[in-house]
Write a protein that binds this ligand. Structure first.
Ligand code: ADP
Ligand code: MG
Length: 722
C-alpha cells in the first residue's frame, strides 16, 4: 500500500505536460463538424432545403423523398471528412447516451467497396433494445425498440483520434409506440406547452403567434482528480465518489478556490475541451473555479431545450473523455467528497417564440407586463401543485447526498421571485392592484424594476427554484443528471397552469372584464390558492423547514425512496395523461427504471464498502498493529514502557469496523421484499445507515494508522495536488 500511494504522488508531481494543438480561430472551427441548416442549404435543392427547414423549425413530418436527399447530402458531407461509420444516438431512461455504429460500406458483386446511406437508414434504426431498461413496458416483441431520427437536432461528427462517426440524434421507442427514452417526452412537453401558451396569448389579444419553444442553459459543476489517484481508489472508479476518507486539515473554509485563478493543467484541459465543443456547435460561454478545491464549472450559452438537452449529454460524455487524455478523472457525481461542497446543475429555463419573445421577460410595455405576469404566475402555480414531481425528477441516490445539506437547495420546492416581484404578486393577492382606474392597462413598470433586480449580488442562492430576471433557474438538479427530466416536468406543469389560466380568463371575459382586469383577477385567485409556495427567505434555515411543512403545507422529501413514489400519485398521472406527455404505462415504466437504478447504485456502493474495508483498510490497520506490537515487545525487553493507547484504539476501531462490515454483508444478501418501495426504503434507511457506520470507524483508523501504511489516497492529496 504505502509505496504505491507515495509513488502516485511522485508521479503526479513529475507529470509531463500534455501536448495540445495550437488553438484555431473560432470562425474556423465553429460548428465545423455539424450538418446544420447552413450546410444543408449548400448541398440540397431549393425545395428540399425548404422542406427540411420547415421540419427543423416546426417539427412537421418530413417527406420520405426529401429524407433520401438529405441522407445523400449528409453522407457526401461526412465522406469528405473521412467518416466511414454512422450511428443513431439516443437517450435511454438512464442518464447515459447509447449508440450503435454501422458502416456506410456495402460491397458490390465484384467485391468493390461502395457506400450506401438512404433516407430510410437515416430515419430508422434498430438497436437491440432488450438490454436497455424499459421498466414495465414488456411487449410481446421482447421489449425491442427502434430509433428514429430527430431532424430538429442536427447530425454531427464525433471525432476520435483514429476515426470518426456521423452521429444522428434520435428518439427511442417500443414497437407499440411507447417512449423508451428521454427525448420523446421532452418533444411532447414542448408541444403541450406550446398549445396551452397559444390559447393564453390569443385570449390576451395576440394575433400573430409563432410556435413557442422552451429554452435551456445548464451550468455544469464537476471535479477533476488526477487519474493516478483515481486508479488507486476503487470507490472513485466504480461509484464516482469516495466511500471513505477523513476530512482534510484544510478544506474549503478559506473560500480561496472560488473564482480563483485556474490551475494550469486544468486550463489546458478546458481549452481543448471547449474547442471540441465549438466544433460541435456547442456555445461554451463561461468557465471558472467552483467553491471546493478541485471543483469547476462550465456553462454554455442557452439554446432551445431539445438541442440543449442533446448538447448537455454530449458535453458530459466529452468532458470525461478529454479529461482522461489530460490525466484527470472527471467526476460528475453530486457528492464525491463528504464534507466538501457537492456539484449541481443549474437548469436555466424560459419559454418564448419569435413573435412575442421571451414570455418570462417582463418586456417594455404594460401589455408585455401582463403576459409576463400570467406566465410567471403559471410557473408559481406549477411549482406549488407539482412540487413533489419536481422533487421526483431530480431524485437519485447520488443527489440525495447533496439536497438539504447546507450548501445546496433544500429538498422542499419553493419559488424565489426577488423582493420587488414578490411584492407585485403580494399586492395582487391583497387586492392592492385592482384594475386600472381609467380602464386602460396599468403600467407596473416591471421592466424597470426587474432590470434593477437582475443584479447578481441580490440573488438568493438558497432557493431551489429562482426567478433570475428573465428566466427561472432550477438549482436542485444534480450534476450527473440529464436535463430532460427537469425540462419535461417544467414544460408540462407550465402547460397545465396555462390551460387553467386560459379557462379562468375566458370566464372573466364572459363577465365583461377587460384584459387587465381579467388578468389581475385570475392572478389574484392564483396567488390565493397557490401563493404559499413563494418564499424569499433563507432556504437553509431550520425555521423554513418547519414553516414550509407546518404552515405552508409544502412537502420536505429528503430522499429518493420517498420522492420517486410521487410519480405514481394521481395528480401527476393526470398531469401527464391530460397533456399527452406520458401515458400511465410510460410513467409507470419510468418509475420502475428509476427505482431499480436507485437500488442498484446503493448495492454497488455497499459491496464496495465491504470490499475496501476488508481488503484495504483492515489489512492496513493490522500492519500498523503488528508494527506497534513489534516495537512494544522490543521496548519492553529494553525495560522501556510504551503507551499502548494507540494500539488499543486501532484494535477497538478495527473490530468495530469489521462488525459493521459483517452486518452490511448480511444486509446486501436480503432479497425478500414485498415491493420495490419496500426495497428502496431498506436501501435508504438500513443499508445507507450501516455504510455510514463502517465509514465512521474506517475514517477514525485513517487518522490513527501510520501515513506510510495507508493504502488510499487521502482527501488533501486528491483535492489539492494537480
Ligand atoms: P449564474 O452563474 O450567474 O447563474 P451563468 O452565466 O453561469 O449565470 O449561467 C446562466 C445560464 O443561463 C447560461 O447558460 C445562460 O445562457 C442561461 N440563460 C440566460 N438567459 C436565459 C434565458 N432567457 N433562458 C434560458 N437560459 C438562459
Ligand atoms: Mg446560475
Amino acid at each position: 500500500g504505502n509505496a504505491s500511494r507515495l509513488q502516485t504522488i511522485y508521479q503526479i508531481t513529475n507529470r509531463e505536460t500534455i501536448a495540445v494543438d495550437t488553438p484555431e480561430p473560432l470562425s474556423k472551427i465553429w460548428a465545423s463538424d455539424v450538418f446544420n441548416l447552413a450546410k444543408m442549404e449548400e448541398s440540397l435543392s431549393k425545395n428540399a432545403f425548404k422542406a427540411v427547414k420547415k421540419t427543423v423549425q416546426t417539427g412537421v413530418e418530413l417527406d420520405p423523398a426529401v429524407a433520401d436527399m438529405v441522407a445523400a447530402a449528409m453522407k457526401e458531407w461526412a465522406l469528405t471528412k473521412n467518416v466511414k461509420f454512422y450511428s443513431h444516438i439516443f437517450f435511454p431512461m438512464t442518464n447515459i447516451t447509447a449508440e450503435k455504429h454501422d458502416g456506410f460500406i456495402v460491397s458490390d458483386a465484384d467485391g468493390n467497396a461502395i457506400t450506401e446511406f438512404t433516407g430510410s437508414l437515416l430515419i430508422k434504426g434498430e438497436p437491440d433494445g432488450s438490454s436497455f431498461p424499459n421498466g414495465s413496458i414488456r411487449t410481446t416483441n421482447a421489449a425491442r425498440g427502434y430509433t428514429a431520427w430527430d431532424p430538429t437536432s442536427p447530425a454531427y461528427i464525433m471525432q476520435t483520434d483514429n476515426g470518426s462517426t456521423l452521429m444522428i440524434p434520435s428518439v427511442f421507442m417500443s414497437w407499440t409506440g411507447e417512449a423508451l427514452d428521454k427525448k420523446i417526452p421532452l418533444l411532447r412537453s414542448n408541444h403541450a406547452m406550446n398549445k396551452a401558451a397559444q390559447k393564453v396569448l390569443s385570449l390576451m389579444g395576440e394575433t400573430e403567434i409563432a410556435t413557442l419553444n422552451s429554452s435551456c442553459g445548464a451550468e455544469q459543476e464537476y471535479f477533476l482528480v488526477d487519474s493516478n489517484f483515481a486508479n488507486s481508489r476503487p470507490d472513485l472508479l466504480l461509484a464516482g465518489r469516495t466511500l471513505f476518507g477523513a476530512p482534510p486539515a484544510k478544506g474549503q473554509e478559506f473560500d480561496d478556490h472560488y473564482f480563483g485563478s485556474i490551475p494550469m493543467r486544468v486550463q489546458v484541459f478546458m481549452q481543448e475541451f471547449e474547442d471540441k465543443l465549438y466544433k460541435l456547435g456547442i456555445p461554451a460561454k463561461t468557465h471558472h473555479n467552483e467553491v471546493a478545491p478541485g471543483q469547476f464549472e462550465i456553462a454554455p450559452y442557452f439554446e432551445s431545450a431539445n438541442i440543449a438537452a442533446d448538447h448537455q449529454q454530449l458535453m458530459m460524455t466529452l468532458m470525461k473523455k478529454v479529461a482522461k487524455k489530460h490525466g484527470f478523472l472527471c467526476l460528475l457525481h453530486e457528492k464525491p467528497f463528504a464534507g466538501i461542497n457537492g456539484s449541481g446543475k443549474h437548469v436555466n429555463w424560459s419559454v418564448g417564440n419569435a413573435t412575442q419573445g421571451n414570455l418570462l421577460d417582463p418586456g417594455d410595455t404594460p401589455h408585455d407586463n401582463l403576459n409576463f405576469l400570467l406566465f410567471c404566475g403559471a410557473v408559481i402555480r406549477g411549482v406549488e401543485k407539482f412540487g413533489p414531481l419536481l422533487r421526483a425528477v431530480i431524485a437519485s441516490a447520488s443527489n440525495d447526498h447533496r439536497l438539504g445539506a447546507n450548501e445546496a437547495p433544500p429538498a422542499i420546492l419553493s419559488v424565489y421571485l426577488g423582493d420587488q416581484l414578490e411584492k407585485v404578486f403580494q399586492d395582487i393577492k391583497d387586492g392592492k392592484i385592482a384594475t386600472s382606474a381609467k380602464g386602460g392597462l396599468m403600467d407596473l413598470g416591471l421592466s424597470q424594476i426587474l432590470k434593477f433586480e437582475r443584479d447578481p449580488g441580490d440573488r438568493n442562492r438558497t432557493s431551489p427554484f429562482a426567478f433570475t430576471g428573465n428566466r427561472f433557474e432550477f438549482r436542485a438538479v444534480g450534476s450527473s443528471q440529464s436535463v430532460s427530466g427537469p425540462l419535461v416536468a417544467m414544460n408540462t406543469m407550465l402547460a397545465d397552469s396555462l390551460n387553467w389560466i386560459a379557462d379562468k380568463l375566458e370566464a372573466e371575459f364572459a363577465k365583461g372584464s377587460d384584459k387587465a382586469g381579467a388578468s389581475i383577477a385570475v392572478l389574484k385567485e392564483l396567488m390565493e390558492t397557490y401563493g404559499n409556495v413563494v418564499f424569499g427567505g433563507d432556504g437553509y434555515s431550520s425555521e423554513w423547514h418547519e414553516m414550509a411543512v407546518k404552515e405552508r403545507g409544502l412537502k420536505n422529501i429528503p430522499n429518493t425512496a420517498d420522492a420517486l413514489p410521487e410519480l405514481l400519485e394521481e395528480p401527476v398521472k393526470q398531469l401527464f395523461a391530460s397533456t399527452g406527455v406520458l401515458s400511465p404505462v410510460e410513467l409507470k415504466s419510468r418509475y420502475d427504471v428509476y427505482a431499480e437504478q436507485y437500488i442498484l447504485s446503493i448495492q454497488v456502493e455497499a459491496k464496495l464498502v465491504v470490499d475496501m474495508a476488508k481488503t484495504m483498510i483492515y489489512p492496513a490497520a493490522m500492519n500498523y498493529l503488528s508494527e506497534l506490537a513489534t516495537v512494544n515487545s522490543k521496548m519492553t525487553e529494553m525495560g522501556i514502557e510504551l503507551d499502548s493507547s494507540v494500539a488499543e484504539k486501532v484494535a477497538v476501531e478495527s473490530n468495530a469496523m469489521m462488525a459493521a462490515v459483517a452486518k452490511l454483508s448480511t444486509a446486501i444478501q436480503k432479497h425478500d421484499f414485498a415491493s420495490i418501495e419496500e426495497h428502496m426504503q431498506f436501501c435508504a434507511n438500513d443499508i445507507r445507515g450501516i455504510m455510514d457506520d463502517v465509514r465512521v470507524h474506517a475514517d477514525t483508523l485513517e487518522v490513527e494508522v501510520a501515513d506510510d501504511l495507508w493504502p488510499l489516497p487521502k482527501y488533501q492529496e486528491m483535492l489539492f495536488i494537480k
